[in-house]
Design a protein around this ligand. Structure first.
Ligand code: ZN
Ligand code: ZN
Length: 593
């Protein structure tokens, strides 16, 4: 770029115009620094028009930080004379960066300290910056300012406020702002639904989506992505299918993010073949798409397919990341592919230079433990370069219990309790081990200790989606609206499966009670309640899909196999770790989970 001699430019308007034109042609940071020098020579360092254009250009060139520290807030600057528009431009430029979002907040604070009035364009960017870095306190003070200056009727400002509260974990405040809004657009609904989905309040997300439909607001692709993530969490396949159809019907733009959300939903709702078909139909699969199908295969115990997808991915030139490896290693673990798991774990560091995180070590311990290689698992843990976390120790103890290494399990669990005296699952593990050893007295003592410390076991709960409604069953719940019918059905199930040879696994029961009562407690497990309900409410032959919050217990697993045969139903159970397909008296996990 060429610069005209400065001395002939006496007319300030002409000088200003010249700088604006020069800025328009800037394409590099070097150009920008030259224009900066030029501005200094012309004495335009406090010209708001020039500074605004300078800020916009540097934002496009990803150089806002340079401009801010050298020019806008440099030695010759007079920031108290800037106008709202210039401040908005600076705040927006900072809020859009990845690394300097906090500066957007600082600039906003400067602006307020100079008594420069914010307007309705100022707030959304400050709020986005607060959301991005989780600055709730500032977000709240911005909220006050919004009310004080009378912008609390502006939908755009309020939408970003809802988003900010959700991102800062204050979903209640977000909902309050949302409910008080004078009107809502699709962005408002998406912000609130997305907020619920992100923190796992998926039922609320789905409920709000239904309200959005009643309000006849057309959802966009962002809404759909949020609802799909809630579906994935709930295992709500009916709703997920409906979303896919309405994306087609309403011609909602199928962005990469939406396609990936659909793949993830189908994989997590039990239709992994559909996920795979959708994946195959993509023009260009991203790392997220590949990882979703690999994780999907892992959850369905299709380890070999997960491994071959992984090979295909690498061959196609997509570089795996650490999340892909979690999927791949857990695929090996769920399918008992010990050698492959070892191979990929080594390849991860040696070939792909990814440092294993605690999650990857966890997958390996899980892999050995499930395969019954308790000694190898222990050796692996002892040789880990990082401190094993309690999750790893708990995996190991569960393996000890499953494979009869009870004394080892007992000693590890006692150590765990010393380390984490308030973590209830440690006590549950120890109590289960004593149960298996038939040490009822010790088991009782553990239960008493739990009571003293005020801890309780996380109640098992199972969800089922029927006719567009999600029903939740909690273990031992006798208050359900269909309790009586379900109870009768359970009695029938119990009679029939016993005749077919089912023997209850009463060692799963925590309480030191008689055989009869322990058996009874088993029949109140949430998945049995949900299955009984589904048998009652769906026509013969319909597959039953349920989602359990914890790992399926051994007794429910065995009972479900019998139920699938006697009632001639496919039963698809997603537990905390994976899917189980029960059909004709067998499960896809081959009793290995
Ligand atoms: Zn159970
Ligand atoms: Zn199974």
């Amino acid at each position: 770029m060429s610069f005209p001699p400065t001395k002939i430019l006496i007319n300030p308007r002409a000088a200003e115009q010249q700088c604006l034109t020069l800025l328009q042609t800037c394409t590099t940071l070097l150009n920008l620094t030259k224009v900066h020098t030029h501005i200094l020579k012309l004495g335009l360092v406090n010209n708001t028009f020039v500074l605004t254009k300078f800020t916009q250009t540097s934002s496009d060139l990803n150089a806002i930080h340079y401009t801010s520290s050298n020019i806008l807030f440099g030695p010759f600057s007079k920031p108290h004379l800037y106008d709202t528009f210039l401040y908005n431009t600076i705040i927006r430029a900072y809020a859009q960066t990845l690394e300097y979002k906090t500066n957007a907040i600082d600039i906003y604070k400067n602006m307020i300290s100079y008594d420069i009035m914010p307007n309705k364009f100022t707030y959304p960017f400050v709020l986005k910056a607060c959301a991005g870095v989780g600055r709730l306190r500032v977000g709240q003070s911005v909220h006050c300012s919004v009310v004080k200056f009378g912008f609390d009727e502006d939908v755009h400002v309020l939408n970003t406020m809802v988003h900010m509260y959700c991102c800062c974990g204050c979903v209640g405040s977000a909902r309050y702002v949302f409910d008080e809004m004078p009107k809502w657009d699709s962005v408002s609904w998406s912000a609130m639904i997305g907020g619920y989905a992100r923190i796992g309040m998926s039922t609320n997300a789905v409920e709000l989506f239904r309200e959005m439909q009643i309000a006849k607001v057309r959802p966009d692709e962002i809404t759909m992505v949020a609802v799909l993530s809630a579906c994935s969490d709930l295992g709500a396949l009916e709703l997920g299918n409906w979303i896919e159809r309405s994306v087609e019907r309403e011609k909602i733009s199928k962005t990469m993010q939406l396609c990936n959300a659909l793949i993830d939903m189908f994989a997590k709702c039990g239709d992994v073949d559909k996920a795979l078909r959708l994946f195959r139909s993509l023009d260009r699969a991203t790392i997220v798409s590949w990882t979703s199908v690999i994780v999907g295969m892992a959850m369905h115990g299709r380890g070999l397919e997960a491994a071959s997808l992984f090979e295909e991915m690498v061959n196609s030139g997509v570089v795996p990341d650490d999340v892909t490896f979690i999927g791949l290693l857990s695929a090996c673990s769920h399918s008992g592919l010990v050698d492959e798991g070892r191979k990929y774990f080594d390849a991860m560091t040696q070939e792909f230079h990814i440092m294993p995180r605690i999650e990857h070590y966890g997958c390996m311990v899980d892999l050995f433990s499930r395969a019954g290689l308790v000694k190898e698992a222990l050796e692996f843990v002892e040789n880990m370069p990082i401190e094993p976390n309690p999750i790893i120790w708990r995996t190991l103890t569960a393996a000890c219990r499953l494979h009869g290494e009870l004394n080892l399990g007992e000693s590890i669990t006692k150590q765990l309790i010393k380390k984490e005296p308030l973590h209830e699952s440690n006590y549950v593990l120890l109590s289960n081990i004593y149960g298996k050893m038939s040490k009822w007295e010790e088991k009782n003592r553990v239960r008493e200790k739990m009571g003293e410390k005020g801890m309780q076991k996380i109640p098992g709960s199972t969800m089922i989606e029927l006719d567009n409604k999600i029903y939740e069953f909690v273990a031992g719940d006798r208050t359900h609206e269909f309790y009586k019918e379900i109870n009768e059905m359970i009695d029938e199930m119990r009679r029939k499966i016993k005749m077919a040879g089912y023997v209850p696994t009463t060692s799963e029961v925590l309480l030191d009670i008689g055989q009869e009562e322990r058996e009874d407690a088993l029949y109140r497990h949430s998945e049995k309640l949900a299955i009984a309900f589904a048998l009652l409410k769906t026509p013969p032959g319909t597959p039953i899909r349920i989602v359990k919050n914890l790992r399926v217990c051994g007794d429910c697993h065995s009972a479900t196999k019998f139920i699938s045969k006697i009632y001639n139903r496919e039963i698809i159970v997603r537990d905390r770790n994976r899917f189980h397909y029960f059909k004709d008296g067998a499960c896809s996990c081959k009793d290995f989970w």
